[in-house]
Design a protein around this ligand. Sequence first.
Ligand code: ZN
Length: 66
Amino acid sequence: MARKTILVCDKCGKEVEEARGAVLRVTYSDARRMGKQADLCDDCAGSMPGQPAARRGRKPKNAAQA
Ligand SMILES: [Zn+2]
């Protein structure tokens, strides 16, 4: 297939253009549990719960005094 893959938002079903949108990843604390992920369009990604996150496991140095 020479067609490029078209991503579809897992929440609203809209097509997600290349280089747009986001992937929402769910990782369970229980490492044995299989996580899951969802492709989201820009709009849906913005309305998902969560907070700006850098990397897991370490707090950004300037988080407290910002
Ligand atoms: Zn969407």
